[in-house]
Design a binder for this molecule. Sequence first.
Ligand code: ADP
Ligand code: ZN
Length: 285
Amino acid sequence: METVLAFDVGGTKTSCALVANGKILCKKEKATVGSNTAEDFVQQIFKMGQSWIDKADKVAVATLGLVEGGCWSAPTLNLIDGKKFPLANKLTKLFHKNVTIVNDAQAAAWGEYKFGAGKTKDMLFVTVSTGVGGGLVSSGRLITGKTGLAGHIGHIQINPHGLECTCGRKGCLQAYVSGESISFAAQPYHPGATTKNVFEQAEDGKDWAKDILHTSASLLTTAISNVKSILDIEIAVIGGSVGLAKGYIGMLQKEMLKEDDLYSVKITEAVLGSDAGLIGAASLD
Ligand code: ADP
Ligand code: ZN
C-alpha cells in the first residue's frame, strides 16, 4: 500500500500528514509562514515534512491559489515570486520523491469523491469559508483545467458592476456568498459582527441577519444549478466553516426546491472536514 506525505497549505494554517488509502496515519499543523516569498513556503513545507519523508513513497501538496503544470500562482498572498513559481520542481529536489501539486478545493473535491460524500461520478464540491472555493469531478475524473481554474465557482461573475472580489474583478459570487462577505454585509446592523454572530442573530430571529444568509444561500444555489446546466452534476457537496454552520445547508436545500427538476441538484454535507484536501491530494494518480 502506497504511503503519501501530504500537505495542505492554507492562508492561515499548513497541515502535513502521512496518508495511506484515504486514511490519515499522523498529522501536524503550523501557522502558515507569513512571508512575501514563495521560497519561504518551500522551506516551511520541507521542514514540516522532513522527519516523515522516509516513510513516504511520494509527496502531494494541496494549496490555495492556482496550479498549472506543477507551477504555483498565489495572487492573494502578494508574493514577490508568486507567479508560476516552480513549486513541484523545488520540492522534488528537496524531498527526492515525486511531487504532485493541486489546488486545495480541487483536492478536497477529489477527497470527498473518493472517500467522502461523493457518491456519484458527476459532482461539484463547494467550500464556503473565508472565500468560496470549488472543485469538479466529471465522469469520475477531477477536472482541473489547463490553467488550474476549473471548478472555481466563487469567481463566477454575477454582476460586472458589483462588489469588489479579492481576485480584483467586480461582482464575483464570492463577494456575496463567502464568510467575509456575510460579516461585511452585517456591519451596518451590528458593528464588529463576525460571520458566526450573523448565524446567531438569524437563529435569534433578526430579519437583517436572516436576509444576509438568505442572499448568500440563494445566490449559491443558483450558481450550483447553473453548473448543472454545463456538466449535468448530480450532487453538490458542501464544506467550509460557513457551509457547515448550523442551518446553511438546509437553506440551500430549501432554495433548490424552487428550481425546476431539470436544474435541481442534490445538496449534501462534506464528511471529511478539514482533512479533505490532504486525503484528496494524496489520492490523485
Ligand atoms: P478557511 O477560510 O481558512 O478555509 P474556514 O472554512 O474555517 O477556513 O472558514 C472561515 C470562515 O468561516 C470565516 O469567515 C469565519 O468567520 C467563518 N466561521 C468560522 N466558524 C463559524 C461558525 N461556527 N459559524 C459561522 N461561520 C463561521
Ligand atoms: Zn473573484
